[in-house]
Design a protein around this ligand. Structure first.
Ligand SMILES: [Mn+2]
Length: 286
């Protein structure tokens, strides 16, 4: 069964971006719990995150799990990428992702590598950038494996990266890796720009798809654009996807309305679990 998730950004520099909730983690968890979401996905630098015990309490209070951690703040705040031409900066980028793996690991929450993939440039050609990326993903995936979680890699649309734009590109990338512990993130906003057929792309991704970002064509919440969700939902059913559908969309018209619209759309589109039960000690982090 697909589980429902909503994004929360704790990164002031990313304000105006595609996250449903902003800044106030307690309030975001309260609202996500009220709306019966199963989980939250956090966009944060390690220094924005609360102590793990604090997060455990907060999640338990509202019947939530931590679905995943985004790493894009490494790019947004520090301009770090895994394909930087400078060896020291590449190393810093890996350390940044590693520290988020270590935070999420005890929650069994994978981290997502999206904008930290960077891009090829005049200084770092395509082949070199891809080899830096593979090297980093192999190392990070091995680190994630110690916590029993995959590393999630997100293909981005052409305006955000020139390395891996489609699910097919993502699958070729996975073939180059030594690690079997990397899964792809299918983000409907990026896919709507890059894929010829979203359903076919999801079917091609099959069991290699480990996470979903849900938004409509204009990156507003599901139902506020012109994406046809019917073939998307049937493809997900066909591949037996049972991970999270995470709402990564603009807070349109505001955070709470965006969360409510998304939750209703999830109910309409597929059988999602009806939210976790509060106070059951879902999060045992040691
Ligand atoms: Mn995304």
């Amino acid at each position: 069964m697909i589980r429902s998730c909503v994004t929360v950004s704790l990164v002031p520099e990313a304000r105006g971006g595609q996250f449903i909730f902003w800044d106030d983690l307690s309030e975001a968890c309260r609202k996500a719990g009220q709306l019966n979401f199963d989980a939250v996905e956090l966009f944060a630098t390690p220094s924005d995150l609360p102590e793990p015990e604090t997060l455990v309490r907060l999640l338990d209070d509202h019947g939530l799990k931590l679905a995943a951690l985004g790493t894009g703040s490494g790019w947004v705040r520090h301009r770090l990428t895994l394909t930087d031409g400078d060896r020291h900066r590449r190393e810093r980028a890996r350390q940044f992702v590693c520290s988020l793996i270590e935070y999420g690991g005890p929650f069994r929450a994978p981290v997502i590598v999206g904008s930290m993939q960077g891009r090829w440039t005049d200084c770092v050609d395509r082949d070199t950038a891809l080899s830096y990326l593979c090297e980093a993903l192999d190392e990070l995936a091995e680190h994630a494996e110690r916590y029993g979680v995959p590393l999630i890699f997100e293909p981005l649309n052409r305006y955000e990266s020139n390395l891996v734009n489609t699910v097919a590109d993502g699958l070729s990338l996975l073939e180059r890796l030594s690690s079997q512990n990397v899964r792809l993130l299918a983000d409907l906003f990026h896919m709507n720009i890059e894929e010829a057929d979203l359903g076919a792309a999801l079917r091609a991704g099959g069991s290699r798809i480990g996470h979903l970002h849900f938004a409509d064509s204009n990156r507003r919440p599901v139902g506020c654009g012109h994406l046809d969700f019917v073939p998307i939902v049937s493809a997900l059913r066909e591949i037996g996807y049972d991970g999270y559908a995470s709402a990564e969309a603009l807070p349109y018209p505001d955070s709470e309305a965006a969360a409510r619209t998304t939750r209703q759309a999830f109910r309409r589109l597929f059988e999602v679990s009806d939210g976790a039960r509060r106070g059951e000690g879902l999060n045992e982090v040691s």
